[in-house]
Design a protein around this ligand. Structure first.
Ligand SMILES: Nc1ncnc2c1ncn2[C@@H]1O[C@H](COP(=O)(O)OP(=O)(O)OP(=O)(O)O)[C@@H](O)[C@H]1O
Length: 459
């Protein structure tokens, strides 16, 4: 009786495990068949279900031979080898030591892991063999950075996230002055955060993607309670698109000098306000008293600095000095600069290098001359220079970003001029009235937009 009960339980158990095996096999084969379609339609789901487990297996399987092949394994002490040879009676000598790796964690479009360095190794030793790792693990790219002393972080991207960056459904970050403008090579969002890095220099040859990036930035900022001011000395051809959402726009250098002068005065007034309230920046002021943040967008820096005749020299110097003062004072007083240019070099004028030093955020698209890439990235991160110089013309919108913290490759979302224009029109009601710029507005072609009744604001 007992025997027959055990036998029936056994057969039931086999039945269950059989079914589990069949279902698992069906699931795996279904996933394999639907794999390519799944990858196209839901890349993250594909990566989690199929891509990551396969990559995990490859890393685990190849870690030791890869480290040995790349010269990152350390052979055991000679004495130990001799002793093991004597004791082990001809047994194979002990394996060389390889760097210890931590857990392999999945990311949105790849995986990352931490690796402890062996004695005598530096992070550069790993950075040099990153291409070998990428080939071995069959991933698009591998980046190596120092995580903390003695430990490196290896980040692998399975495919190139910059190939076709998809516009996310929600582009806002919910925070003021932070805009998601594109995607980073690591698969994460590229956030331009003006509170963290207040001033930016964006360079790139013609058709490299500067305007598209500015479109993405403006489309994000236009929805926020901030003032946008444009300086476009090429007759306003680029920035006049956002005209309904701009609090002021200068379309030639004479107007730009006037507008920049007014902005410097406004900044000095804010300084007095902060001093009287005994706070160190506008963010320390009570919300009701806090002045509206102003983002000044300068398109084509060279137009401000270039001098064709002697008479223009003074104007160019005045524009340069005002920009530098704004950059120096603005961050704490709620004035932010985004300066774009095709060619930025010290030959434009003595103020350019001083201005560059104040623009902490750098974005370098494909450039026509190495000097501009050097100007944008060279002083912060020489490693980024090579990456910037290898951007191809087909990859418009791709850029190298650098700040004091490091560098990244990224690509902006393709926000067309029509889309930017539509957003500017839609949010025109949010355009703040800036009485301080009234002086600059006296020139007929400096546009001042009194979209908001100042009395409403006072309430
Ligand atoms: N992020 C992107 N993704 C895909 N295509 C892009 C991207 N950025 C730019 N492009 C393509 O490149 C073209 C030129 O871009 P854009 O007008 O931004 O260049 P630009 O550097 O401002 O040029 P210019 O200095 O001549 O005004 C766009 O019309 C678009 O087709």
């Amino acid at each position: 009786m007992i025997l027959s009960a055990t036998a029936s339980a056994d057969s039931a158990g086999t039945g269950w495990s059989g079914w589990v095996l069949v279902v698992a096999a069906a699931l795996v084969s279904g996933l394999l068949i639907a794999g390519p379609a799944l990858r196209r339609r839901w890349p993250v789901a594909w990566w989690v279900c199929l891509g990551f487990p396969a990559a995990w297996l490859r890393v685990v399987r190849t870690w030791r031979p890869l480290m040995a092949g790349c010269g990152l394994a350390l052979s055991r002490k000679a004495a130990l080898t001799v002793v093991s040879g004597l004791v082990g009676n001809g047994a194979p000598p002990p394996q060389p030591r390889v760097p210890r790796r931590g857990l392999i964690r999945p990311t949105a479009g790849g995986f990352c892991l931490l690796v402890r360095l062996l004695p005598g190794q530096v992070p550069d030793d790993f950075a040099k063999v990153a291409p070998a790792m990428a080939h071995n693990w069959e991933v698009h790219a591998v980046r190596v950075s120092e995580s903390r002393p003695g430990v490196v972080r290896i980040v692998a991207s399975a495919s190139d996230p910059l190939k076709e960056p998809r516009l996310p459904r929600q582009r806002g970050t919910g925070q003021m002055l932070r805009v998601v403008v594109g995607v980073l090579e690591t698969g994460t969002r590229w956030v331009m955060d003006l509170r963290q890095i207040p001033h930016w220099l964006i360079v790139g040859a013609t058709r490299s993607g500067k305007s598209t990036l500015i479109n993405a930035l403006v489309a994000g900022l236009a929805r926020q309670p901030v003032a946008l001011v444009g300086i476009d000395c090429e007759g306003g051809m680029e920035l006049s698109l956002y005209r309904p959402r701009l609090s002021a726009l200068a379309t030639n250098r004479a107007q730009a000098v006037k507008l920049l002068g007014s902005l410097v005065d406004l900044t000095l007034d804010r300084m007095t306000l902060c001093r009287e309230a005994r706070v160190r920046n506008v963010w320390g002021l009570p919300e009701k008293k806090r002045p509206v943040p102003i983002v000044v967008i300068v398109d084509e820096l060279a137009e401000l600095f270039l001098v064709a005749s002697r008479s223009e020299k003074e104007e160019a110097q005045a524009a340069g000095t005002a920009l530098i003062r704004l950059a120096q004072l603005g961050a704490a007083l709620g004035v932010f600069l985004v300066v774009a240019g095709q060619r930025v070099g010290s030959d434009l004028g003595p103020g350019v290098t001083a201005l560059r030093a104040q623009l902490g955020g750098r974005v370098c698209h494909r450039v026509a001359d190495p000097g501009t890439a050097e100007m944008a990235l060279g002083d912060l991160n020489p490693d980024a220079l090579h990456a910037a110089q290898s951007i191809s013309p087909e990859a418009a919108g791709t850029a190298v970003l650098a700040s004091a913290d490091g560098w990244d490759r990224a690509r902006s979302y393709l926000v067309s001029e029509e889309e930017a224009e539509r957003v500017a029109e839609e949010y025109a009601d949010l355009t703040p009235y800036l009485p301080e710029l009234v002086g600059a507005g006296e020139e007929p072609s400096v546009v001042r937009l009194d979209r908001i009744d100042p009395n409403d604001l006072d309430d």
